[in-house]
Design a protein around this ligand. Structure first.
Ligand SMILES: Cc1ncc(COP(=O)(O)O)c(C=O)c1O
Length: 350
């Protein structure tokens, strides 16, 4: 009953096997390894983007910050949701790596920016006044930080607005696989066909040890990204161990099948909580994350039985009357089992 975060899940055995296979003899360093050639080719094929530049980094924050830095000038505004990981959870890395770009917050339910709000915020960014930041780029998280999923049409609507102002668009796809299987969209439909210029393509939350790909659909930006990755200390010398993880992830569609499992468990957990006495969902469970309130008595039973998850916001306390609602965030991963979910649901039901 471990629902703390998909980051807490183990590495998938096929990924470990791939690492072991890669651990034989010598291999060129700094991304010159032969495995990276296969990864690059596979990602280009999957995204129907033969020109795409593909790079691997070890964390999602790196993927996001370097992507933003490559596309947004230091005096630019990055339009994102107030709950965006780049706003709330990266310790200022986007601002640091862009050299000072300003995050401009665009509201909407379930951590989805609305087109009207985005248009307004971009329009409100006064141009040509030396005292103001200038319009920079748009950043969209899919799956959102509140567990909702933008459809391809919703992504396209936001990108169209960005493009109408001449702005590039980034997608934080820390849970990109979960978003794809939730929508049945192809990688191309969810990204460049909808107007995304650069994608942080997550792997770590979905079975890897620590690899995210950055997929840049405009090859003209590739060299700058490479320089920024090296300059920031994020170019791995023993790069083959990043490549080997991503190779296993993409082989036989492992990435999609793991995300399907995680989403199915998210749906099971969510339906059970919604049906439980005093259970209430706070956001739609479109993928693998459940945001819900339960009575404190139900949380106490769950915690006493060993369930692990975070109250949400995290500073919330279990103190209080038995029937008082308390909100929580529960995340399923590729290795969450139906038994885990069902035991949790029967525990909260008392
Ligand atoms: C939406 C989102 N983006 C990016 C990340 C990547 O973060 P990290 O730098 O911890 O890999 C996370 C991880 O929690 C996330 O939830």
């Amino acid at each position: 009953m471990y629902f703390a975060s998909d980051n807490t899940a183990p590495v998938h055995p096929k990924v470990m096997e791939s690492l072991t296979r890669a651990n034989a003899g010598y291999a060129p360093s700094y991304g010159g390894d032969a495995i990276m050639d296969t990864v690059r080719a596979r990602i280009r094929e999957l995204f129907e983007a033969p020109q795409a530049a593909v790079y691997l980094v070890a964390t999602g924050s790196t993927a996001n910050a370097l992507s933003l830095a490559t596309f947004c000038p230091p005096w630019g505004a990055v339009y994102c949701h107030p709950r965006a990981h780049i706003e709330e959870d990266e310790c200022g890395a986007p601002e640091f790596y862009t050299g000072g770009a300003k995050l401009v917050l665009v509201d909407g339910d379930d951590a989805k920016m609305t087109p009207a709000n985005l248009r307004q915020k971009i329009a409100d960014t006064v141009q040509g006044d030396v005292h103001r930041v200038q319009r920079g780029m748009v950043s969209i998280t899919n799956v959102t930080e509140m567990g909702a999923v933008y459809s391809t049409a919703e992504v396209a609507a936001l990108c169209d607005i960005g493009k109408s102002f001449g702005l590039p668009c980034h997608m934080d796809g820390a849970r990109f696989a979960n978003a794809l299987v939730a929508t049945n969209a192809s990688p191309a439909e969810m990204t460049w066909k909808a107007g995304i210029d650069v994608l942080s393509f997550g792997g770590t939350k979905n079975g890897l040890m620590g690899v995210e790909a950055v997929v840049i659909f405009d090859p003209e930006k590739a060299w700058e990204f490479e320089l920024r990755r090296k300059r920031s200390g994020h170019l791995f010398s023993k790069h083959r161990y990043l490549s080997a993880q991503m190779q296993a992830y993409l082989a036989d569609d492992l990435w999609l099948s793991l995300a399907r499992d995680a989403n199915a468990m998210g749906a099971r957990l969510s339906a059970g909580i919604a049906a439980a006495k005093g259970g209430k969902l706070l956001h739609p469970t479109d993928a693998n994350m459940v945001f819900a309130t339960l009575p404190r008595a139900a949380h106490r039973r769950a915690k006493d039985a060993g369930a692990t998850y975070h109250f949400w916001p995290v500073d919330r306390s279990l103190d209080g009357p038995d029937d008082a609602a308390l909100s929580a965030r529960m995340v399923c991963s590729w290795c969450t089992t139906a038994d885990d979910v069902d035991r949790f649901l029967s525990t909260i039901s008392g």
